[in-house]
Design a protein around this ligand. Structure first.
Ligand SMILES: C[S@@+](CC[C@H](N)C(=O)[O-])C[C@H]1O[C@@H](n2cnc3c(N)ncnc32)[C@H](O)[C@@H]1O
Length: 258
């Protein structure tokens, strides 16, 4: 049994020493109908909606893709990540794009150096899953938000099939998934108002292990769930049913600081 501090250090070393820059970036080769491509589009849409002309913070930014792809949306932004490798690459791309209104810094999300009420929008995409002290990160994100600012948290549900698949891959950074009840409790404790709570990934949508789950891991299930049903993916529609929502992995929670 590892302590939260040991898990944090373990994950940081994994990202710094074992992950390639491609693994810290959005895959640029995904087909437009691919499930993960559609998820990226949903998140970019959220930046467009809540970050237009605003000062924005990206927590666990990796190589900076979300901000770089939103460079014409935001008025200014900072991306933080605790790996030097990711930040060096994000700065290189920033210079290449001549997007000098974007900054990237090596910082731990739990101990951000920004003053209170600095940002209009703060989001954490696919990064809170790996943070063992997520409550502290939520508190930091709220601290640096202006009143009426928007926070977007993407959190992983421990009561999901995806958690079982993640646990079958010990070579990956250690997952820090939590229950949906704990997500709700954190939001409540931070005195945030929920604007919207979207859930995704009723099936893992990736992986080949464990063998007993294989029937749900094939590409056929993914192909069905990534289809559109009206304006959203079938997966999201299924995950919006309360009983299914409790077992959906990916929860994107959009909140406002009151
Ligand atoms: C899966 S990557 C996601 C990168 C990017 N947000 C994206 O969606 O493409 C997770 C990122 O979170 C960063 N990260 C994890 N824990 C962190 C922490 N406590 N402080 C800062 N960055 C962290 C990792 O270094 C990694 O770059």
């Amino acid at each position: 049994m590892f302590t939260p501090s040991e898990i944090e250090l373990f994950n940081q070393k994994k990202y710094e020493n074992e992950y390639s820059l491609e693994q810290l970036s959005i895959n640029p080769n995904l087909d437009r109908n691919n499930y993960f491509h559609k998820l990226v589009q949903i998140k970019l849409g959220l930046i467009q909606k809540y970050g237009l002309g605003k000062n924005v913070l990206d927590v666990g930014c990796g190589a900076g893709d979300y901000l770089l792809q939103s460079k014409n949306v935001v008025s200014s932004a900072v991306g933080i990540d605790y790996t030097q490798k990711a930040i060096t690459e994000a700065l290189r791309r920033r210079n290449q794009h001549e997007a000098m209104h974007l900054d990237f810094r090596v910082e731990n999300a739990r101990q951000m150096s920004f003053s209170e009420a600095t940002f209009d929008l703060a989001y954490a995409f696919s990064s809170l899953y790996y943070m063992p002290k997520v409550q502290e990160v939520v508190a930091q994100m709220v601290r640096v938000l202006r009143p009426k600012g928007v926070a977007i948290f993407e959190m992983g549900n421990t009561y999901s099939l995806n958690t079982i698949v993640c646990n079958a891959y010990p070579e990956l950074p250690q997952s820090c998934h939590i229950s949906t009840g704990r997500m709700a409790e954190m939001i409540r404790k931070a005195s945030l108002r929920v604007l919207s709570w979207r859930a995704f990934q009723i099936l893992p949508m990736w992986g080949e292990k464990p063998a007993w789950l294989r029937i749900f891991l094939g590409s056929r299930c993914k192909k069905i769930l990534e289809r559109n049903s009206g304006s959203i993916m079938l997966d999201e529609k299924i995950c919006s049913v309360p009983v299914m929502r409790a077992f959906a992995f990916r929860h994107i929670i959009i909140c406002q600081k009151v």
